[in-house]
Design a protein around this ligand. Structure first.
Ligand code: NAP
Length: 271
């Protein structure tokens, strides 16, 4: 998809360290000089300056209007998966925004619906993952996959990730790296209890877009959840439903930077 940039509305999310703030001010000056309009509330284009964590914040700030906004990330630390432009490339990026058209690539997201005893449902979107833990005792959850009981999980916690989040927490848990063009979600275990009495499958599970994963608490417990960088506490949980969201996140692409090249540069390259 091509998009012309005449009077494009933009905003910039900074990690707020001095280098990121300096770059933010420079980018604002350059972009407004080219006739683009700074609009913090309803930008069509968001530049994130910092790391992948900064892009997570930018995503959640605009997650209610994902069909109207495209993201691009500059990393002021190490190479990121969402933040793949170098600070030294700022001028090149600004010129590309101002003069050229850009492509939009879309990545799948995770939809999380938290159902509570008060019959209220809270809906969240995650760009990386959601996790469920029990802070005081072992987490015990019944897992249902696509309407069928699958297993009773006992352990430290569960992580349900998106394909683009598969290189984050999911990877540290031994999950597979999934190409973001595949609409799927991945369920990984955190230290499951496996012995003669208790059994879990042990392997990460990859679910297609039309499947749904439901977690049901077995006893009344306090649960902690994360949705990307956000932390939630749940006391009266009845179930949590996970599925691939109908919404997608849109990234502006100015040049090819294949996903597997980013995986190589982040995890394999020896420099
Ligand atoms: P943080 O502790 O500051 O960031 C954790 C690390 O995860 C940072 O190095 C961050 O990169 C990196 N990261 C984020 N998204 C990534 C992705 N899609 N692929 C590869 N690396 C990624 O926490 P935060 O900034 O609030 O971010 C929350 C994220 O931290 C969560 O979504 C979760 O994925 C991750 N996390 C990871 C672990 C683990 O690996 N054991 C544990 C807890 C949470 P930048 O430095 O570029 O920001």
């Amino acid at each position: 998809m091509k998009r012309s940039v005449n009077s494009l509305r933009f905003s910039i999310q900074s990690r707020r360290d001095s280098q990121s703030n300096e770059l933010m001010e420079l980018a604002k000056t350059y972009l407004t000089d080219f006739g683009l309009i700074l609009d913090e509330e309803e930008p069509e284009f968001v530049i994130s300056i910092g790391g992948d964590g900064t892009l997570l914040h930018a995503f959640h700030r605009h997650s209610h209007r994902l069909d109207q906004v495209a993201f691009v990330g500059i990393h002021t630390g190490h190479l990121g998966f969402y933040a793949d432009w170098k600070p030294s490339e700022l001028e090149k990026l600004v010129l590309s925004i101002a003069k050229n058209e850009f492509n939009i690539v879309e990545y799948p997201l995770l939809e999380v619906n938290v159902h509570t005893q008060s019959m209220e449902t809270a809906r969240y979107l995650a760009l990386n993952e959601a996790t469920v833990k029990s802070p005081d005792v072992t987490l015990v959850m019944d897992i249902e996959l696509n309407g069928t009981p699958f297993e009773r999980f006992r352990g430290d916690g569960l992580c349900i990730s998106t394909p683009s989040g598969s290189t984050a927490y999911n990877k540290a848990l031994g999950g597979a790296i999934i190409h973001p063009s595949i609409p799927a979600l991945q369920l990984t275990e955190m230290a499951s209890i496996n012995n003669r009495v208790f059994r879990t499958v042990g392997s990460p599970l990859v679910l297609p877009a039309h499947h749904r994963c439901i977690l049901r608490p077995v006893t009344e417990q306090k649960f902690t959840m994360t949705i990307d960088h956000k932390h939630l506490i749940q006391n009266d949980l009845t179930s949590i439903t996970f599925n691939v969201a109908s919404e997608k996140v849109r990234f502006a692409r100015f040049r090819p930077f294949p996903f597997w090249e980013r995986v190589h540069d982040s995890f394999v390259a020896n420099e």
